[in-house]
Design a binder for this molecule. Structure first.
Ligand code: AMP
Length: 223
């Protein structure tokens, strides 16, 4: 019996292997410092941020007349809002190999430690003077009236570590600048500053450049 003819399989066209786009002469594929400078993008949908924002309570004239205090305790009391905030703050840094989160006393401890657990990074507290038990590095910084001191245990940050500085709120930026100084003194590298709330009108962000600033809920004057 004659063998049935089997139509030969059409040959798959050979494709040229994918090549990366050529880099123009004299231009490096990743600009120097790009990993450090590129501002991380927040991906959280607006409506969930609106939900979280609704959990910030304004307390006028606390701790002194003229201050509008942004109280985060209703947000902490609401698991959905707390999750939204933590997810949003962690998202830009997933896969970025953050070594340590430095949290600023006291509300920076709440967000910073939860973030450290999510990012598989160590948590390092920065405290007001006299609270840490072992040997400390210390930095003094100016407040509106007078000055304050922050401390961090010596040898908290390994040389060359990638660090996020975390606090609940960015106002004038003095606290964050002082904390970054402690990190740098120990040989760490501040990759970004991370805040839940930013008071835009106080200009704190301008004191932190060129390090990227991630803040979730931004307020203008009178808000
Ligand atoms: P600053 O050093 O001016 O950026 O102040 C930031 C620190 O002060 C943070 O630890 C905040 O928790 C706290 N802070 C400043 N202003 C406010 C405010 N209006 N509401 C709540 N906390 C504030």
């Amino acid at each position: 019996m004659a063998k049935p003819k089997i139509a030969p399989k059409p040959r798959a066209k050979k494709r040229a292997p994918a090549r990366p786009a050529p880099t123009p002469r004299g231009v490096s594929a990743r600009p120097a410092g790009a990993a450090h400078r590129a501002a991380p993008q927040l991906q959280t949908p607006i409506d969930t941020l609106t939900y979280a924002r609704g959990k910030i309570r304004d307390v006028p004239d606390f701790p002194k007349p003229g201050i509008l205090f942004k109280d985060i305790t209703p947000l902490l009391a609401d698991p959905r809002a707390f999750h939204i905030v933590l997810d949003a703050l962690a998202e830009p840094f997933i896969g970025e190999h953050v070594d340590a989160i430095v949290g600023i006393e006291s509300r920076g401890f709440i967000f910073g430690s939860a973030l450290a657990a999510r990012l598989n990074a160590s948590f390092v507290p920065v405290r007001k003077t006299g609270k840490l038990p072992a040997a400390v590095d210390r930095v003094a910084y100016d407040l509106e009236y007078g000055s304050a001191t922050l401390e961090m245990h010596k040898q908290s940050i390994p040389e060359g570590a990638k660090v996020l500085v975390v606090d609940d709120l960015l106002a004038t930026g003095g606290t964050a600048v002082a904390t970054a100084e402690l990190v740098r003194r120990q040989g760490g590298y501040v990759t970004a500053f991370v805040f839940v709330i930013e008071l835009d009108y106080l200009g704190g962000r301008d004191r932190l450049v060129p390090v990227p600033v991630v803040s979730l809920l931004r307020y203008r004057a009178g808000e």
